[in-house]
Design a protein around this ligand. Structure first.
Ligand code: AMP
Length: 396
């Protein structure tokens, strides 16, 4: 397999599938540019080698063709800023507009193509659309980990047209390396912390993790489904009544596999779902009606921290409380602090999947853990043990 380190880019036009699907506010300003930052090393490598990167991405969920709010032209300025070089823009990703822009591109210049999803063929994985994209470049680099779980035209199908000239970008390499380190060769003890609102969205991951981890810490809203399954009373807390059997299955599977299951024993409950609510510390097995479990209590923070701080490999997905409300962020902050401490002592820590990434960024601790993944769904599917089309397309 060719690699980005040693590929000769001189005079080549490199189609780079990046993930510039960044959040925009109502003024179309970027509110978090982490995904753009993450793609810069690969773009620089192509430029440094004398090649021309042709950047392609999706943005948002346009369903009916082109729309102003999802145009990648809003992203271009930030790419230029972070790259420190001009980036040209083509107002379509295929057809004459794209062709002319590519023909005019000189070695050492970068070009950004308009949103791939302005063409429905992208998400359908249409072969002709992939062929048109492929005709614009001499090679294909996949650096879009965030969409690696999708078999779309630009993320997987396009590989057919570059049997000998397809590469992973630096971001893809780093993401794959860090997940493989955790899932295939973890130093022990290996602890996974799973939080978030619902157990239903995490069930496959939890089941897969039970075969790998020494400790499984469960926090967040999903805990109340476990409490109810054990015969507890959860008041007004979030609870999936149709998943009680599943929660019991997880508890039993953990026992069978000898996994130390660590679940919250103390909850900070609120009398309404708001930051200003009145609070009281309660037993999660016995929450009064009218009260909602919002965060883990101090005893549970200490218990979680003790397990985390003595771990050698840590995977964290999902906040253990409603951290978006500052008054209920302390539990999630305690988890983050413990991970930082363990990392300082030599543990490998991987944070991934949506809200735990938002939390670690909000606390300003992202550079004190080993790796923060850019992939939400893609990371979770990879941890579930699924083969991701965007990875398979390069390896096959
Ligand atoms: P998920 O997308 O499933 O990882 O869930 C993340 C969300 O779970 C965050 O927005 C948190 O606010 C939310 N969450 C965490 N703990 C609780 C809780 N005790 N009750 C309700 N929502 C929670």
């Amino acid at each position: 397999m060719k690699t980005i380190h040693d590929y000769n880019f001189k005079g080549k036009k490199a189609l780079v599938r990046v993930d510039f699907n960044v959040p925009l506010n109502s003024d179309l300003q970027i509110t978090d540019d982490s995904r753009i930052r993450a793609a810069i090393p690969t773009i620089r490598q192509v430029l440094a080698g004398g090649g021309s990167p042709i950047l392609m991405s999706h943005l948002g969920r346009p369903k009916k063709g082109p729309e102003e709010a999802s145009s990648l032209k809003h992203i271009r300025g930030r790419v230029e800023e972070l790259l420190g070089a001009p980036v040209k823009f083509a107002a379509d990703c295929i057809g004459t507009i794209a062709r002319e822009a590519v023909d005019n591109l000189q070695p050492g210049e970068a070009l950004l193509l308009e949103n791939l999803r302005f063409h429905p063929e992208e998400e359908k994985g249409d072969e002709n659309f992939a062929r048109e994209l492929a005709s614009l470049g001499d090679l294909w680099i996949n650096d879009a980990f965030g969409t690696a779980h999708r078999a779309h035209a630009s993320t997987a199908v396009i590989a057919r047209f570059f049997p000998d000239d397809k590469l992973f970008g630096y971001l893809m390499n780093a993401e794959i390396e860090s997940v493989d380190k955790v899932m295939l060769h973890p130093d022990r003890p290996f602890t996974a912390i799973m939080g978030g609102s619902k157990v239903s969205s995490k069930i496959d991951i939890i089941m897969n993790l039970l075969d790998k981890v020494d400790n499984l810490i469960l926090g967040g809203g999903m805990v109340y489904t476990f409490m109810k399954a054990r015969g507890g009373h959860v008041g007004d807390s979030i609870c999936e009544n149709d998943k009680l059997d599943l929660a019991l299955q997880i508890i039993n599977a953990a026992k069978e596999k000898g996994v130390n299951l660590v679940i919250s024993t103390q909850t900070v409950a609120a009398d309404s779902f708001s930051n200003e609510a009145n609070t009281r510390v309660v037993d999660p097995m016995n929450i009064p009606d009218g009260w909602t479990g919002m965060d883990i209590g101090q005893l549970t923070r200490d218990a979680f921290a003790k397990v985390i701080e003595t771990s050698k490999t840590i995977l964290w997905n999902g906040p253990v409380g409603v951290f978006e409300f500052p008054n209920f962020a302390a539990g999630t902050r305690a988890v983050a602090d413990a991970i930082v401490k363990a990392t300082g002592r030599g543990a490998f820590s991987l944070i991934g999947g949506g809200d735990s990434v938002a939390a670690i960024n909000q606390f300003g601790l992202a550079d004190k853990v080993s790796y923060v993944s850019t992939g939400g769904g893609a990371l979770l599917e990879y941890i579930e043990g699924k083969e991701l089309p965007g990875i398979a397309a390069i390896r096959d």
